[in-house]
Design a protein around this ligand. Sequence first.
Ligand code: SF4
Length: 287
Amino acid sequence: MLEEHELAPTYEIWFTGCSLRCRFCTVPDAVTKPRLGSWLPPEELVEHILEPRVPPFRAISLVGGDPAVNRPYVDALLPLLRRRLPDSLLVLNTNLFTDPSLAARDADRFDWVIGDVHFWRPGCARQVAGAAAYPELAVAAAEAIVAAGGRLMLRILVLPGHLRCCAEPTISWASSLAMRADGRMRVHILTNYAPAGAARTDPVLGRALRPEERALAHGMLPDACPQPSRQALSGTRPRPVDAHDPPAPIEIGPDGTLLLPFVTGSLLPLAVEFDPSLRDRLRYLEG
Ligand code: SF4
C-alpha cells in the first residue's frame, strides 16, 4: 500500500538471495539463506495471484533480496504474467548491482524498474554492504535503463552518517539524469530509515535520521527534478469484502518506535492513525 502512487497498490513477490549484504537489511535471513522457503513453480505462483480473494492491485512487483539473482525464474515468470495479467504493470525492484547490458534488457521487458541506490562512495559501499564496486556499477546500470528507453523510479535511501559522502552526490547525479530522461524517471528521496538487523547496534547506522537531516536531504533535490506523484491515483478495482492479506509484522523498536515494514490493506488504517499524511491512500481500499 505504500509504494509510490504510480504503482500502488502493488502485489509484491519476494525473492530470496541478494548480491549485497547491507548491515541495515530488513530481511537478512532471506538474503543470506537463499534456499529458505519452498519452491513454487511460476505457473503455480500466477494461480495464487489470480485467486479471487487477492486484494486488487495496480502493479506486480518483483522484490528481494534482489530478483536479479534469480534471472532464470524471472525469465520463466514474466511471459506468464504478461499473458495472464495483461492489465497489470510489471515492476522490477533491484539494487542495480547489475551488468548494464542486463539492466537495459530489464528496461525493455518491465514497465518500471525501481532502482535502490544506497551508496556513492566505494569505501562506504564496502564498509556497509561488502561491495566497493557497487556505486560505479549501479550508476552505469541506471544510466543504461534510461538510455534504453525504460521507466526508472530511483529510490535514494538516506542513511545516518552518510548525508554528505553518499546522499548528496547521489541526489545530484540522479536529479541530473532524471531531468534528461524525457519524463521517464522519478527520484524518490527516502528519509524514513529505521535501523534493522546488524545496524541496530551500529554506532553510525543505529539511529533514525534527525528532523534537520531529513530536511537537509529533501532540500538537496532541485525543484525541477521529477518526483513520484503526490496524490493517490484512482483506477483500481474495489476491494472484495472477503479480501485476504498476507500476515505482516509489526515491530516495536528499542526506543518505542512503531515499525510497519510491510503495510498491507489490513494494516493501512492503523498506519493512517499514526501518520495522517497517509490518509489519501485509504482510497486504495475503496477502489
Ligand atoms: S540490497 Fe536490499 S535486500 Fe539486499 S542486502 Fe541490501 S537492503 Fe537487503
